[in-house]
Design a protein around this ligand. Structure first.
Ligand SMILES: *Cc1c(COP(=O)(O)O)cnc(C)c1O
Length: 344
């Protein structure tokens, strides 16, 4: 039986004794060897398939803990600002907990699958005439004024849940990888992995990648109007800025940028070479390694085992897939026509 991650890692998760476990059996996601990518990178590369979580992204790891605590504390509603996946996850876990869910998303800037999820789970979905950073400011204020639980990654329980992905890597590889490669948006996930690794006294090299049009950590200043096709990392003012920079610096890693073109190349390449269909944002972790290589600081050994975190499922964003892949071949209703279509 699949185990909720709160049960699998109970002693490391600071829930209160009376808190219920609000779960859809998240976590324990596949770690898939990537032979072709390994060849290109010159290391033993694995893909952590976070799209295999119940709502199709790693956000479920944090949401199970945040919503369990919210329920335990007697909250009646949860709210978040979201580029899409947090909304989908919050909506689902709110249902599981019997709470009301409200999500604020940037108007027109979220992938269609994520919107469908939030709506079908019955959350109140509010499209803000603004970007993610504006939405986060507003929900932070709302959560102060009303008895509603904020479940963005500024919520410490989100980080506590998400750190279990690092535990799983250590369990499955029999030790930490030498390096981790991860897309960075609001920087909650890199913060969580680093926390998880540190709790096991390990320090893999942390490589973080941002989209070039939305790369505040690379530039060293907030970006007022972030732009990228990778909507899940379209964030100009990361909430976990210091924690993320601490992870890169103290691990001997770095944060760097990749262009949308590099992201989409990696996205298609993974689908056609490793049979893994992830979101464009997720592919930033692979694009980063392909573009920047395994850079190390002086005196550090080159990493041999590397994990790329593929944060969300490709089906979240069918529009980008259809706009990137070759088109459908129309065909007349005859055997010869089909023969030509298949074999020519
Ligand atoms: C949320 C998200 C990210 C970014 O994670 P942060 O914790 O905001 O850095 C990356 N990829 C996907 C698919 C996401 O949903």
């Amino acid at each position: 039986m699949p185990q909720p991650l709160i049960e699998r890692y109970r002693e490391y998760i600071p829930l209160e004794p009376g808190d219920p476990i609000v779960s859809i059996n998240e976590g324990s996601t596949p770690l898939v060897p990537a032979p072709r990518l390994s060849e290109r990178i010159g290391a033993n590369v694995f893909l952590k398939i976070e799209g295999a979580n119940p709502t199709g992204s790693f956000k479920d790891r944090g949401m199970t803990v945040a919503v369990s605590r919210a329920k335990g504390r007697g909250a009646e509603a949860v709210i978040c600002a979201s580029t899409g996946n947090t909304a989908a996850s919050a909506a689902a876990y709110a249902v599981r907990a019997g709470l009301t869910g409200a999500v604020i998303v940037p108007e027109g800037k979220i992938a269609i699958g994520k919107l469908a999820q939030a709506l079908i789970h019955g959350a109140r979905v509010i499209a803000l005439e603004g970007n993610f950073d504006d939405a986060l400011l507003i929900v932070r204020e709302l959560a102060e004024r009303h008895p509603i639980e904020l479940v963005n990654s500024v919520n410490p329980y989100r980080i506590e849940g998400q750190k279990t992905a690092a535990f799983e890597l250590i369990d499955e590889l029999g030790g930490p990888p030498d390096a981790l490669s991860i897309p960075v948006g609001n920087a909650g996930n890199v913060t969580a992995y680093w926390k998880g690794f540190q709790e096991w006294n390990t320090s893999p090299i942390m490589y973080g990648f941002q989209a070039a049009g939305s790369a505040p950590l690379v530039i060293g200043a907030p970006v007022a109007k972030p732009e990228t096709i990778a909507s899940a990392i379209r964030i100009g003012s990361p909430a976990r800025w210091e924690e993320a920079m601490n992870a890169f610096n103290s691990s001997g890693g770095r944060v760097a940028a990749v262009t949308d073109e590099q992201i989409l190349d990696a996205y298609s390449w993974l689908a056609t070479n490793e049979a893994v269909f992830c979101e464009p944002s997720s592919a930033a972790s692979v694009a980063g390694l392909l573009t920047h290589g395994l850079q190390t600081i002086d005196g550090m050994a080159k990493p041999e085992t590397v994990v790329c975190v593929l944060t969300g499922h490709g089906l979240k964003d069918p529009d980008t897939a259809l706009g990137t892949a070759p088109s459908v071949i129309s065909c007349a209703n005859s055997i010869t026509a089909v023969e030509h279509a298949v074999f020519d």
